[in-house]
Design a protein around this ligand. Structure first.
Ligand code: ATP
Ligand code: MG
Length: 195
């Protein structure tokens, strides 16, 4: 792989400073979670919202709704006593304050609008999903590969994989699966040349 293709944060360690949630799942109103230390544990009784925090991180990093535990984005909006809620209370927002190594803080925000659609912002400037994803990628956060989150059951699932499935996983995490198409095309070109 040429140097230009390597995400710059692969050898660096960025960190999450804090997560700001508003009307997201069990979080009513606005809350700041953090600051996170180098190692942070979240503990609490069953149903207290530990996984909802994980969902908030997944959501703000652009994971699709089907990969979250709610089926649609609207399910992620805080629902208790919202019967007479104003328009603004039927929206939710998650902001991730990320600190790349040696750089200033950067705010990644994802909003669920009353319509159920979501929009993305970086430092409060609206972006398309693609632009947002590119920004994350530049910090080595490969959302599709989920290389930043380990869910319950993931370790077991990795241990149970066949060698071939493991190879696929490593290719996903390293990002080399993006070159599958190019590789196959080159392979065909080589075959044609040899013929
Ligand atoms: P466990 O230890 O069982 O895994 P947990 O701490 O991970 O529990 P979560 O799954 O994060 O718990 O939180 C579940 C709680 O979140 C439930 O009480 C559920 O009612 C509440 N909840 C989920 N979605 C919403 C929502 N949209 N509005 C309000 N509350 C919600
Ligand atoms: Mg849980």
């Amino acid at each position: 792989m040429s140097g230009a293709l390597v995400p710059r944060a692969q050898s660096a360690h960025g960190s999450i400073d804090r997560i700001e949630v508003e009307n997201f799942k069990s979080y009513k109103g606005a809350h700041t979670i953090g600051p996170f230390k180098k190692f942070t544990s979240v503990i609490g009784p069953n149903g207290s919202g530990k996984s909802n925090l994980m969902d908030a991180i997944s959501f703000v990093l652009g994971v699709r709704s089907s990969q979250l535990r709610g089926t649609t984005f609207k399910d992620l909006i805080y629902t208790v006593d919202l019967a007479d809620a104003s328009e603004s209370r039927r929206t939710a927002r998650v902001t991730l304050a990320y600190v790349p190594e040696g750089e200033g803080e950067i705010l990644f925000t994802r909003v669920i609008e009353a319509s159920g659609a979501t929009r993305f912002e970086v430092n409060n400037v609206r972006m398309t999903a693609e632009e947002y994803n590119e920004r994350l990628k530049s910090y080595g956060i490969l959302v599709k590969a989920r290389n930043f989150l380990v869910y319950q059951g993931d370790i077991e699932a990795v241990a149970a994989k066949s060698p071939k499935e493991l190879t696929t996983l490593i290719e996903q995490i390293s990002g080399s699966d993006e070159y599958t198409e190019r590789y196959a095309e080159s392979e065909r070109a080589k075959q044609r040349a040899e013929d």
